[in-house]
Write a protein that binds this ligand. Sequence first.
Ligand code: C5P
Length: 301
Amino acid sequence: MTYTVRAPAKINLHLGVGAPREDGFHPLLTVYQAVGICDDVTVSRSAGWSLGVTVPDWIDPDLVPDPGDNIVDRAARLLADHHGIEATAEVSIAKSIPMAGGMAGGSADAAAALVALDRLWGVETSDDDLLRIAAELGSDVPFALLGGTALGTGRGELVERVRDDGTWWWVAVVDPEGMSTPAVYRHFDELNPDADPEPPRADDLLEAIDTGDLDLLAASLRNDLQEAAFDLRPSLSDVIDRGERAGALRGLVSGSGPTCVFLAESADSAREVAAQLTGDGHDVVLVTHGPVAGAHVVTYV
Ligand code: C5P
């Protein structure tokens, strides 16, 4: 039996960050949206454990973690331990989500692997257990299981679906060089020594989603990590300016960066913005939309 599970990249429409907790993590109030840039994880039966990764030509293969260090290795071990079985499978990951880009590509792979291995091993993990194991793997992994548009609290791992009947068009400008999430959070702390422990709320943005108000959505997009990301990679602020001049309603850094995302008025407008940004010399510019489904089986043979 072979299963392929697809899991989406995410954008944070709102990333409100509070002062660090005692465990070092930052309390978040975030609104996630899953978008149509996806990784596929394929698993099949095997006597041992093997993991391969394929990347498109625009992703630097050096960014792929060494064998044994991939979050998918950890996901398999946690799920197998939970059921008291051995982690055996032949696994391959086909990447399309930018790596170390702030779009939770690693988290998507982990979520896809959990769903795929659960099926392959026939262990029927409950949704609650799957979400708990996902949270152990990383703050964004539960959202990659859930998909759609969702409110994230805690350190991002507590997710609650938000009704979203819209189709929102996005342009993503991928930076060839990844960025370290912990480094961006550390710099946020340096820039905000007096941050409130309570992360900023997202009332306007949630209203925009609820009522389908594109202009209100554009006006209320917010990323508290953006200033830190700009400081660490000053070129990003030019990227945002360029996208907005090209006709995007708003641009912002995705998560901890360095991918920049732009909200467009329509699919046509997104393609025009993307064409201009490509003309400006950005090699990797993707057009996508959200919300889309969380990790789900796409083929089984
Ligand atoms: O949970 P995850 O493994 O994705 O987090 C990666 C790093 O990002 C953490 O080690 C931490 O430095 C930072 N982080 C944080 N607060 C969060 C989420 C992540 O400080 N809420």
